[in-house]
Design a protein around this ligand. Structure first.
Ligand SMILES: Nc1ncnc2c1ncn2[C@@H]1O[C@H](COP(=O)(O)OP(=O)(O)OP(=O)(O)O)[C@@H](O)[C@H]1O
Length: 638
């Protein structure tokens, strides 16, 4: 299972917000518009008590007060309508742009995920990426459209309100202001606690999403081994952990909300007693007293909301941090600054002193290649020699154009790893892989991946038609040329079954479509590799799931294709070895020997051992390889 994302340093709030600046800049005018109308609506609400003050004071004065009441009613009505209209306008101003920011950030994240090397995806759980792409960005949108604006409006409303309170009575305003001191002190503690819990919960939600994804993917294994119960238990434990964190978060929020509700209420109570005394002693008018309570209530409202608003802001901050943790990951495998071209490809594939090792976290180990200092400087290869013991210590191998070479070695010797270096799924940590004499790191990635085509042992099909899956890497993907390519590829891979599917080659396969058998999937994947018409074909045991008869048919057709395509093929079966012109024996991180199957059988004890331990069938060993190799030879080697 991929590990969880590594823990990061605490990033100050303002620095997190600064990261968002380029995304938010284009929508600033709309946000400011939303803010202005929102503020105006809020200030109107704070001003309403001033009208009451005027009315009450007018009524209490001797003389006719009825017209004042009527006017006041009209003013309050107009203010109410205005406030409602402005609130509506605020939503119109901010919803669209906030959604645009969410979509644009999601697209950038997706694009970056596509660019990031396989080593990154080895390390990060899919749920962590899923939760960042969906939940975090959704939260950010809601904060931009509502939380951020309301936070500013609330602060401004409280500011204006307190200023109004001072115009009414400085004594009463001071009482109200006194409540702000403990609130401010407590808010620091709340911020720290809530931010930690929020980070924990968003990470745990990501892990939970990974768990769901893994168990859905592995549902057959879980069922077949009767381990659904254990899976549920482990999931329940993770879900429980998340629940605990959510409860902790809610508790912090509840305590803070209690403080910000209680203190203004206490201030109001104290203000009531003091206000009545001030009015009774003639220090303020009755109208002023009424206005004080109206204004204080208008101020208390945003203060009470501040718990939720601050909580939302902290969750949005966590979402920003989590987003940029991924966006900050270096695209270590990228196009070269000065790209080279191969011209008309011949398909000469060379491994020159290639070294490679994983760093224990799935990434390529950092090392400075002793034999390739200039290259290292050019490509910025990381330093720290010997960060991990290399799987490939020194690979020298040459495949001449059109040659088919089988790669054999004991399990775990690094065959698949070596193959993955050719399309640059991982970069060598020393030495170089070259195609037609050009270091593959000097080729634009698009060109390299046009030159090289792969079929992995573990086939991945996408949720789309057979046609789209097969033509995924093809130069032409529409029209009669594409149809010809498709027919040919399906024919070579013996995947004609695709025409008999419910909608023929338009049948949707993959995760959301029709389920195919392992052998059918492998043949579609093989057809995909063939349809790309590469100069170099890299096949990782592509026939392992086929039955004997189908394998024979695929091999017969594959030989024709392989005749003029340079092919490196990992072989786990003697019949696959039989496809090759030469065989390379991988042992202890080096190419131990290269030669024809017969030559290696004759001179390499280790080769005889490896061949004997392959998934041998009498048919394969007797007929597919070399007429001189007898089963007795192989049994002896075994
Ligand atoms: N992403 C990865 N992160 C860390 N180690 C890895 C990773 N992929 C492979 N390895 C390790 O590299 C070694 C070589 O693996 P590789 O899959 O290349 O072997 P192989 O020769 O193809 O094996 P097999 O014949 O069983 O398919 C193994 O020890 C494996 O555990």
């Amino acid at each position: 299972m991929p590990q969880q994302a590594p823990a990061r340093e605490q990033i100050p709030f303002n620095r997190s917000l600064t990261r968002l600046a380029p995304e938010v800049r284009p929508i600033v005018p709309r946000l400011v518009g939303g803010l202005v109308v929102g503020l105006t609506a809020s200030v109107l609400a704070v001003l309403v008590p001033q009208v009451f003050r005027a009315v009450i004071d007018a009524l209490l004065k001797p003389g006719p007060g009825a017209s004042a009441v009527l006017w006041a009613a009209v003013v309050v009505l107009v203010m109410g309508v205005l406030e409602a209209g402005l609130t509506f306008l605020r939503r119109i101003f901010v919803i669209d742009p906030a959604t645009n920011v969410e979509t644009s950030m999601r697209l950038k994240l997706y694009r970056h995920l596509q660019l990031l090397p396989v080593s990154f995806h080895d390390r990060w759980g899919s749920g962590q990426l899923l939760s960042r792409a969906m939940t975090d960005l959704n939260m950010l949108r809601r904060w931009l459209a509502f939380g951020a604006i309301f936070l500013v409006i609330s602060v401004a409303t409280v500011g204006v309100g307190i200023a109004m309170l001072f115009t009414i009575s400085w004594q009463l305003a001071l009482i109200f202001l006194a409540a702000a001191v403990p609130i401010s002190i407590y808010s620091f503690r709340f911020r720290r606690q809530f931010m930690a819990a929020s980070r924990r919960s968003q990470d745990q939600a990501g892990d939970l999403a990974t768990a769901v994804e893994e168990s859905v993917h592995g549902i057959r294994v879980l069922k077949a081994f009767g381990r659904s119960g254990e899976a549920l238990e482990s999931f329940a434990a993770q879900a429980e952990e998340l629940r605990d964190t959510e409860v902790t978060k809610a508790r912090h929020l509840a305590v803070f909300s209690m403080v910000v509700t209680l203190l203004p209420e206490l201030a109001l109570g104290t203000g009531l007693v003091t206000g009545v005394w001030l009015a009774a002693t003639g220090q303020i008018t009755v109208g002023a007293l009424a206005a004080f309570f109206g204004t204080a209530a208008a101020v208390a409202n945003p203060v009470e909301m501040s718990g939720a608003l601050v909580g939302m802001a902290l969750m949005a901050k966590t979402a920003i941090d989590r987003h940029y943790e991924v966006m900050d990951q270096e695209v270590a495998i990228a196009d070269p600054e000065k790209p080279a071209r191969v011209g008309a490809p011949r398909g000469l594939l060379m491994f020159r002193g290639v070294r490679f090792g994983f760093d224990g976290r799935g990434g390529p180990a950092a090392e400075r290649p002793a034999d390739d200092g200039a290259r290292a400087a050019l490509h910025g290869s990381p330093a720290e020699d010997g960060a991990a013991s290399p799987i490939l210590r020194h690979i020298d191998l040459e495949l001449v154009p059109g040659e088919t070479m089988a790669l054999v070695g004991v399990t775990g010797s690094g065959k698949s790893t070596l193959l993955q270096l050719v399309p640059r799924l991982y970069d060598v940590t020393g030495g170089a892989v070259e195609i037609d004499g050009v270091d593959i790191r000097d080729l634009p990635l698009a060109e390299l991946r046009r030159l090289v085509s792969v079929a992995f042992e573990d086939t991945t099909l996408f949720s789309s038609s057979v046609r789209d899956n097969v033509l995924l890497g093809a130069a032409v993907r529409e029209g009669s040329g594409a149809e010809l390519l498709l027919d040919e590829a399906l024919d070579v891979a013996q995947a004609q079954f695709a025409y008999s599917l419910p909608d023929g080659v338009d049948t949707r396969i993959g995760e959301e479509g029709l389920s195919l058998s392992g052998g059918q999937r492998q043949r579609i994947a093989l057809a995909r590799a063939i349809a790309a018409k590469p100069a170099v074909l890299v096949l990782d045991d592509p026939l392992s799931a086929l039955d004997v008869a189908t394998e024979e048919r695929v091999e017969a057709r594959l030989r024709e294709v392989l005749a003029d395509t340079t092919t490196l093929i990992v072989a786990h079966r003697p019949s696959t070895v039989a496809l090759a012109d030469r065989v390379a024996l991988l042992r202890d991180g080096v190419i131990d020997d290269v030669g024809t199957h017969a030559e290696l059988l004759a001179r390499s004890e280790h080769y005889r051992y490896v061949i004997a331990s392959l998934d041998a069938e009498p048919r394969d060993l007797d007929s597919s390889l070399d007429p001189d190799d007898t089963l007795e030879d192989l049994e002896e080697a075994r």
